[in-house]
Design a protein around this ligand. Structure first.
Ligand code: URA
Length: 209
């Protein structure tokens, strides 16, 4: 699918299957989300540019690659996006974080902003917007709108599961924002949940249901 990277690594697929299982405990779900977060972060950063720098090993001098170019911002959409954050910061400890608080109005399903805090230099950084579930894409589109209003110009979207409807809507609203996902499911049900999906990601990771 155009503009979408499907992360079909066997470890990711295995862990995702464990997470979908409704008998998985809160603790197990959270642990698996962390593990998949590391693997997805690895994929979303796969093409970051590097530059050669001069170093001295204990045996010789050499030119060796280091990350170059723009620094990163991870932008989790509260609250489920936070489930990936620690894993991604483990891999990229120097990344900055933009927190985006959006909730789904239960009647209109529109994304409503209640919190937004981003680094001031977001315009000069690569921003990875994080939300495990790309369902209607209302939150994803609203989050990216907000980040663009603050100057962000280079954005990616990282999720665990996507519905085809969500991918279509996000691609139409922000065609330049590439999407990384571990799976594309069948579609949305009448309550805009992803089917077969894994249920409410926030509730499952925090044990609130
Ligand atoms: N958010 C979730 O947590 N789950 C879905 O299936 C859709 C949106």
């Amino acid at each position: 699918m155009d503009g979408v990277t499907l992360v079909d690594h066997p470890l990711v697929q295995h862990k995702l299957t464990l997470m979908r299982d409704k008998t998985r405990s809160t603790k197990g779900f959270r642990q698996l989300l962390h593990e998949i977060g590391i693997l997805l972060c690895y994929e979303v950063t796969r093409d970051l540019p590097t530059e050669l720098v001069d170093i001295e090993t204990p045996l010789a001098t050499m030119r060796s690659p280091m990350l170059a170019g723009k620094k990163l911002v991870f932008a989790p959409i509260l609250r489920a996006g936070v489930g990936f954050l620690d894993a991604m910061l483990d891999l990229v400890p120097s990344a900055r974080v933009a927190h985006i608080g959006l909730y789904r109005d239960p009647d209109t399903l529109e994304a409503v902003e209640y919190y937004f805090k981003a680094p001031t230099d977001v315009a000069d950084r690569l921003v990875v917007v994080i939300d495990p579930m790309l369902a209607t894409a209302n939150s994803a589109i609203a989050a990216i709108d907000l980040l663009k209003q603050r100057g962000a110009r280079d954005l990616r979207f990282l999720c665990l599961l996507a519905a085809p409807e969500g991918i279509d809507r996000l691609r139409k609203a922000h065609p330049e924002v590439r999407i990384w996902t571990a799976a594309i499911d069948e579609g949305l049900n009448d309550h805009s949940y992803i089917v077969p999906g894994l249920g409410d990601a926030g509730d499952r990771m925090y044990g609130t249901r």
